[in-house]
Design a protein around this ligand. Structure first.
Ligand code: 13P
Ligand code: SF4
Length: 333
């Protein structure tokens, strides 16, 4: 077996995980996790094998809360970089590791701290609310941070006389503008995976499955049209749900329906199917896959546990300033 080095992932023989047969590798992951006093947190879009071995699988808010609550000394974050960074800011006394430091997010890349500063300067007196899908230095410029699970509640908690600058997701921003009576200016950023889920994909699937229930993430490119259809009474309100990924999983568990059309990254279908094996979950767009989420593999997870790479750290000054908006985020559950 190649010797693992901290900086690079060795090339392992095909058909192995980290150079070992699968069962042996899974046992090693569990053993190393105990030895390191680590907890494995995984997002709902991770590959099935990672979801199955994680200690907790959830959405951005749930993962942040778990990071805060864990007694483990080390958090191995199977998700994308901004999620690990958020955990590092929330838990300065823990080591946060990510199996692939290149696992980014196209939405997080759609605004920089400098752009947010310039936008704020154009609107003095407004408060800046950022979606958690952004870098730590963007969070450091914001007054509030939110996730898809608490965005509505958080925006409603802001003093009503305040104008709101919302960044970076335009579809979630439109969802907030439509569902509150707040003055909200929206940054025109998007996630390439969710933006690609268009109204025509929803129309086609619902035509083919007229009795199904629709579960939709507010980052989707179809969300504005879905809201318009709801307002016109064209879509049944009781069978159309706009939710975070964990909210979508819970809605499927709580519903009596047996068939669901799922508008988000397809990794979530595994989580839904695990919890509800007798129900049918169909992706609205079968190729809606986040290549960044899929960069976390069993090989890389095992490498992280063997070597301790890659620690995610945040500049203390940025972390200090970002903590205020992140703490406001985790306070709204
Ligand atoms: P959730 O917080 O709803 O899981 O969304 C995170 C994300 O990256 C969506 O693309
Ligand atoms: Fe970012 Fe989109 Fe991937 Fe979520 S699905 S991590 S928003 S690129």
């Amino acid at each position: 077996m190649p010797t693992p080095t901290a900086d690079s992932l060795p090339v392992y023989p095909a058909g192995t995980v980290g150079g070992a047969p699968l069962e042996q590798a899974l046992a090693e992951i569990q053993r190393l996790k105990q030895e390191r006093n680590a907890v494995i947190l995984a997002h709902n879009y991770q590959i099935a094998a990672i979801q199955d071995l994680a200690d907790f699988v959830g959405d951005s808010l749930g993962l942040s809360l778990q990071a805060q609550r864990t007694e483990a000394e080390e958090i191995v974050f199977c998700g994308v970089h901004f999620m690990a960074e958020t955990a590092a800011i929330l838990c300065p006394d823990k080591r946060v590791l990510i199996p692939d430091v290149e696992a980014g997010c196209s939405l997080a890349d759609s605004i920089t701290a400098e752009q947010l500063r310039a936008w704020k300067a154009e609107h003095p007196g407004a408060v800046a609310v950022v979606y958690v899908n952004c870098t730590a230095d963007v969070k450091a410029e914001a007054d509030y941070c939110c996730t898809s699970a608490n965005a509505l509640k958080l925006v409603q908690s802001i003093p009503p006389d305040k104008e709101i600058l919302f960044a970076p997701d335009m579809f979630l921003g439109d969802y907030l503008r439509t569902n509150t009576d707040r003055r909200i200016r929206v940054w025109m950023g998007e996630c390439h995976v969710h933006a690609g889920i268009r109204p025509r994909h929803v129309d086609k699937m619902w035509e083919e499955h007229p009795d199904a229930e629709l579960l939709i993430h507010p980052e989707c490119g179809c969300v504005s049209q879905v809201m318009w259809h709801l307002s016109q009474g064209d879509f049944p309100e009781d069978r159309t749900h706009i939710l975070s990924t964990a909210g979508m999983v819970s809605a499927a568990v709580d519903s009596d329906a047996t068939e669901f059309l799922v508008a988000t990254e397809t990794g979530i279908i595994h989580q839904m199917q695990q919890r509800q094996p007798d129900k049918t979950f169909l992706p609205i767009k079968a190729d809606a896959e986040c290549e960044f989420m899929k960069m976390i593999t069993l090989d890389k997870l095992l490498h992280t546990l063997r070597t301790g790479v890659h620690e995610v750290t945040v500049d203390p000054d940025i972390a200090e300033r970002a903590r205020r908006s992140i703490e406001r985020m985790v306070a709204v559950t």
